[in-house]
Design a protein around this ligand. Sequence first.
Ligand code: NDP
Length: 250
Amino acid sequence: MRMQGKRVIVTGGASGIGLASVERCLEEGASVVIADLEESKGAHRAAELDGKHAGRCLFKACDVTDTAQVDRMFAEAVDELGGVDAVFNNAGIGGIAPSDEVSDEEFLRIIDINLSGVFRVARAALRVMYRQGSGSIVNCASILGVFGQSQTAAYTAAKGGVVNMTRSLAIEAAPKGVRVNAIGPGYIDTPLLEALDDDMIQGLIGLHPLGRLGRPEEVANGFLFLASDEASFVTGTTLMVDGGFTAGKS
Ligand code: NDP
């Protein structure tokens, strides 16, 4: 059991990569808080998993754009679990549109969830983990945190910001016993890709040398490594889980 007794929070944990990460942590012995937007979806998933894993899964409604909700979610998690050992800062949204048509509202909404939201959650996590003198934060970046892509200015800006913010937080938190890393998924088969048609999906598959989309549990395994004590000398890095996307062209 690689996460035996660990207390974990996963934002955006009711769907896709987050949900797979919740399931892997539970299988490895952790207690897990699913923190997500929608009460009905999240509470239902948590109840199912709680029944399967001996009462070790709970749901907290939390919008990462709202500092008060983030801080309250952490306070309740600490209250109920006694502390927080690992956080997957995973909540995020996509966004594809021609840059000359993007409104301020659309641009700022993507930044608010995918970058500022990651900071709000990391800040709350640091406050708890500094008191403990230990902890691991994993921020969800993307291949689009290190590569550009047409019509995704806000998304790539946010994910690039996550990659470099992770380095700064890691340096700052290291003396206090807290590790901060990021994970960079390639295109992963989750509800986030539902808006894309078959031709677009085939095009994306062709960008991955391994010749397919990734599966949510493959990213979850990367998170598990970074969150666990197996990564005790790893901080400030971005682990790409991308089927070779960022390795280059053939
Ligand atoms: P999903 O849409 O399956 O899951 C994202 C979850 O985050 C959903 O449950 C969503 O809720 C929730 N969420 C959205 N906004 C907020 C918010 N403001 N506060 C709290 N929770 C919120 O997406 P993925 O699993 O694919 O994505 C997870 C992460 O992985 C994201 O950061 C994404 O950018 C990143 N990523 C994904 C890739 C992919 O190809 N799938 C590639 C690279 C990175 P709701 O459904 O109600 O909106």
